[in-house]
Design a protein around this ligand. Structure first.
Ligand code: ADP
Ligand code: MG
Length: 252
């Protein structure tokens, strides 16, 4: 028979940390309540799994870089036209589109809530166990540019594959230098049919020419983005402006 005294070491080497912490306390309860051995084992396994799931979610939240507080709960849909709570909920609750590597493009004027909305979708997907990375488009392009200079662009793109969803915020603000725009194209081409991109932009496609080296590249990038994509146009008054007007009115 196996040696019970070696149990802590065996659990450690099996990396069953939660069971390692709780098996003794639970054994007392099991004895007191006359559980069958299967019941005891099942309780321990359930504890281990729940703890692992919690830790995984914490890890996913941390690595996502999502802006704090920009969740669905704090988003006021009455202020927005063109996008409804039902549509956003459907994207979160049925992430089939993410499994297919489809994209989501959010357009609208500055201050309308695109970043907040993209972030809320990100939070919802993380809760559903999906790995998400949020980044300003400018920052992402700078990082890839640096990788390219160090001859590591291909590797950097592959590294991003671990994120099922990549949120590129404010694509319109990416500066145009030939090298920068080509890494943006390479990112879009690499993610095509491989992983979801959620993109926010305050510029319509017709104004995207400044983002890429030439119009052929612009068309090729847009083609790849929209081939499998949901496009949402946020309309209404700038929430940011409305909020500051309200603040000014209340201080007068
Ligand atoms: P955009 O990315 O379109 O420029 P943001 O998402 O950054 O706009 O929104 C500007 C500010 O207003 C943020 O602080 C955001 O949280 C807030 N905001 C925008 N729209 C809403 C909304 N409908 N409900 C709650 N807060 C909003
Ligand atoms: Mg924004």
């Amino acid at each position: 028979m196996a040696n019970v005294a070696a149990l802590p070491i065996m659990l450690k080497s099996l990396r069953l940390a939660c069971i390692g912490t709780h098996w003794q306390t639970l054994a007392k309860k099991a004895t007191a309540e006359r559980w069958v051995p299967e019941h005891y084992l099942a309780e321990l396994c359930a504890m281990e799994l729940a703890t692992r799931e919690d830790k995984r979610l914490q890890r996913y939240h941390k690595e996502s870089g999502l802006p704090p507080g920009k969740t669905l709960a704090s988003f006021d849909f009455s202020a927005l036209e063109g996008v409804s709570l039902q549509q956003i909920n459907a994207l979160i609750q049925n992430p089939h589109w993410v499994e297919q590597g489809e994209n989501l493009l959010l357009f609208g004027a500055s201050g309308i809530g695109k970043t907040h909305l993209a972030s809320s979708i990100g939070y919802g997907l993380v809760e559903a166990g999906i790995r998400v990375k949020f980044s300003s488009a400018t920052h992402m392009v700078q990082e890839l540019q640096q990788a390219k200079q160090n001859l590591g662009l291909a590797e950097a793109l592959v590294k991003l594959d671990k994120f099922t969803v990549l949120i590129l915020d404010d694509l319109g603000y990416v500066k145009k230098t030939a090298q920068e725009t080509s890494v943006l194209f390479e990112l879009i081409a690499h993610r095509y049919e491989r992983g979801t991109l959620i993109i926010t932009s305050n510029q319509a496609f017709k104004d995207w020419d400044h983002l890429f080296d030439d119009s052929i590249m612009t068309v090729a990038a847009i083609d790849r983005l929209v081939h499998h994509a949901t496009i949402m146009n946020c309309e209404g008054e700038s929430y940011r402006r409305k909020a500051s007007l309200k603040r000014m009115a209340s201080t007068q």
